[in-house]
Design a protein around this ligand. Sequence first.
Ligand SMILES: Nc1ncnc2c1ncn2[C@@H]1O[C@H](COP(=O)(O)OP(=O)(O)OP(=O)(O)O)[C@@H](O)[C@H]1O
Length: 209
Amino acid sequence: MVRTSNLKFEYDKKSEQFRFPDISLDASQNLLILGKSGIGKTTLLHLLAGLLPPMDGSIEIDGVPIHTLSNRQLDRFRGQNIGIVFQNNHAIQSLTVIENLEARLFFAQKTISQTVIKDLLEHLDISDCKNKKIRELSEGQLQRLGIAMAMVHHPQIIFADEPTSSLDDDNCTKVMQLLIEQAEMNSANLIVITHDQRIKPLFTKTLAL
Ligand SMILES: Nc1ncnc2c1ncn2[C@@H]1O[C@H](COP(=O)(O)OP(=O)(O)OP(=O)(O)O)[C@@H](O)[C@H]1O
């Protein structure tokens, strides 16, 4: 469940002030946020994920008003409840795939059984890579690992920042199907920001900035 109200933000006094439309998502609902380059999509995602503090307004995730949390509380909340599929790979290069997932769980202070991790890797078609170092992965495998890292701790809400912009039509469909399926399996909200119009038909709820 995600609710925002009267969200405002500015990077500094000299830069423009962003005012974002209110968002209201019930449990398991997905949202596509569209808008031209520079309009503030990533900024909004960073506010919703608790990576930036709003200047004004409120953000509630599963009943928790995250705009009121201290940095320490926010770190803990984010680690446990939020998953982000980043545009670039955020895995630790010196670790293997499985070690990266275990590190993610350690930071989330969550214990997930080896069987569940195995199922996730199989579902994302990267179980053959589980003992490989990050530099040994192909681009496609890295992308699927990015999805696994965002999902492994069973977050309440999953954000994806331009997950398909550099993909051809086939891979665009595959990646979006994986994201939507995984969000459904976790009963999580999925919020995708993009300027890729190809994925619009996959969402019933959209927000144009
Ligand atoms: N750290 C920052 N400090 C100051 N200004 C910033 C910062 N990050 C982004 N901006 C500015 O805020 C505006 C919105 O940026 P943002 O990245 O949110 O847009 P976007 O819609 O996601 O763009 P794109 O589709 O190109 O990724 C831009 O004008 C950008 O230059």
